[in-house]
Design a protein around this ligand. Structure first.
Ligand SMILES: [Zn+2]
Length: 461
């Protein structure tokens, strides 16, 4: 078998790897690049012919894993997208939203190009393209073996990263040999609200593994949740608002779940919570549909008749007007909005209205890629450009990585140590250079064979 690494090799976005099994080509994820040069790299043509791909195995709905599927479809991919049923439902929302963003950005770009007498450009794909490609998605449950063709059987197990996220176990039969390859996808953090912990896998010959936080330890989740309550209370006392840039899918629902607990117990009082992202509202509905994926605590709440994703004082804004009305609120609002890295979406408006106010707070709760607005704010830039205006960074800035949806270094190590026999090799993907080098070193010290996958590299196993 030949494995070819394309995106998310030496970086965290643009996940895509190709397996060549017999005469078939299987693409593991087909993600969008984000952050520095993200736009240019996402617009690049594929380094392979989309028509040659037989199947896409999709680990989860995050756009850095799924975002180029509509493009793949547009460029002639005729196979099936194999994923969990939760991922399929979330992609149905996410990809159309992504198409819509592409259309808006292209429109804006073309207005500028026209003034310079430059020819118009077309969007990477439209929301219609994204809607069309849903017809080739096939959603499956966890823990069932699926035969894709004679030579490849796969099984999804819960990765505990976002709803529907999967670790993929693959049994490959080629030339009379059976090889088991495990693709970790993105691995979740333990004890996350709502989600189950990532599944530990007993055995594998080879592993393709993410390393996003391969060199970092998250804070303690329960500590960070208490910290969030303290931040909200002190910000409200100062007369400000709390802005939480958040991925629409996953992080938003987990924060709602946590706030629900603190509001219902009376720890948090006198606040209004706004979820200002149409995508987050729609995906919350998908969460409500798949309560069977919830962990025991969340499931018990649902069974007792208390929906943990609803509480008094929680508003999901719908129209742009409702969203703009939030700009008039001076104090007492917790505003959860996307995108999580602050590069697109309504979060930009909320930062524009609150970032320059000393009494406000901005709480980061997820990964910020290099080159994003979120990363610049976290890095301590005193002045940032938002929607064409220079905005001073005066608000209190917090980074609560205990809320991260990714396993930290210890989480990754625990996962890899759970293999009963050490895999023959572990290929490291989905991490910045420092994270990968550091995790590779730790694995080698523990006696594992590991290899940092490079973009464009071919490996034979
Ligand atoms: Zn992810």
């Amino acid at each position: 078998m030949k494995i070819q690494f394309y995106g998310a090799a030496g970086c965290v976005t643009g996940s895509s790897h190709i397996l060549n099994i017999k005469d078939k080509k299987i693409l593991l994820d087909c993600g969008m690049f984000q952050g520095r040069d993200g736009k240019e790299r996402s617009n690049d043509t594929f380094n392979f012919n989309p028509q040659d791909i037989d199947f896409v195995i999709l680990s989860h709905a995050h756009i850095d894993h799924s975002g180029r599927i509509p493009l793949l479809y547009k460029e002639g991919f005729k196979g099936e997208i194999i994923c969990t049923e939760g991922t399929k439902d979330l992609c149905n929302i996410m990809l159309q939203d992504s198409g819509h963003i592409q259309e808006m950005e292209t429109e804006w770009l073309n207005r500028k190009r026209k003034r310079k007498a430059l020819p118009e450009v077309t969007p990477l794909y439209t929301s219609i393209d994204a809607k069309k490609c849903m017809e080739i998605f096939k959603g499956y449950g966890y823990d069932e073996w699926i035969e894709l063709f004679d030579g490849l059987r796969i099984k999804f197990t819960d990765a505990g990263h976002i709803l529907g996220s999967a670790i993929t176990e693959m049994l490959i039969n080629e030339n009379g040999n059976q090889v088991k390859l495990v693709y970790s996808g993105d691995l979740g953090n333990v004890n996350m609200p709502i989600l189950k912990d990532p599944t530990y896998i007993d055995n594998a010959d080879y592993v393709i593994m993410e390393t996003t936080y391969g060199d970092k330890l998250h804070g303690d989740l329960s500590y960070d949740l208490k910290e969030l309550v303290n931040i909200i209370n002190s910000t409200v006392n100062r007369g400000g608002n709390v802005i939480i840039p958040s991925f629409a899918i996953g992080r938003t629902q987990e924060i709602i779940y946590a706030l629900n607990k603190y509001i219902e117990s009376g720890t948090l009082k006198g606040i209004k919570v706004y979820v200002d992202s149409p995508l987050a509202s729609e995906s919350t509905e998908v969460f409500k549909k798949y309560t069977k994926y919830f962990d025991a605590e969340a499931l018990n709440l649902v069974k007792s008749g208390d929906n943990p994703l609803e509480f008094t004082g929680l508003t999901f804004t719908k129209s742009p007007q409702e969203s703009m009305n939030i700009n008039n609120i001076q104090s007492g609002a917790v505003i959860i909005s996307s995108s999580g890295m602050c590069d697109a979406g309504r979060i930009k408006h909320h930062l524009k209205h609150n970032l320059w106010r000393e009494e406000c707070s901005v709480v980061f709760a997820g990964y910020q890629a290099e080159g994003t607005l979120g990363k610049r704010i976290l890095n301590g830039d005193e002045l940032v450009k938002i929607l064409g205006d220079e905005i001073a960074v005066k608000a209190h800035i917090y980074n609560l990585q205990g809320l991260s949806g990714h396993a930290d270094k210890n989480g990754l190590l625990t996962w890899v140590r759970a293999f009963k026999n050490k895999p023959k090799n572990i290929f490291l993907v989905h991490g910045d250079e420092d994270a990968q080098k550091s995790f590779d070193k730790v694995l080698k010290e523990e006696g594992f064979n590991s290899h940092i996958a490079k973009s464009g590299e071919d490996l034979y196993v």
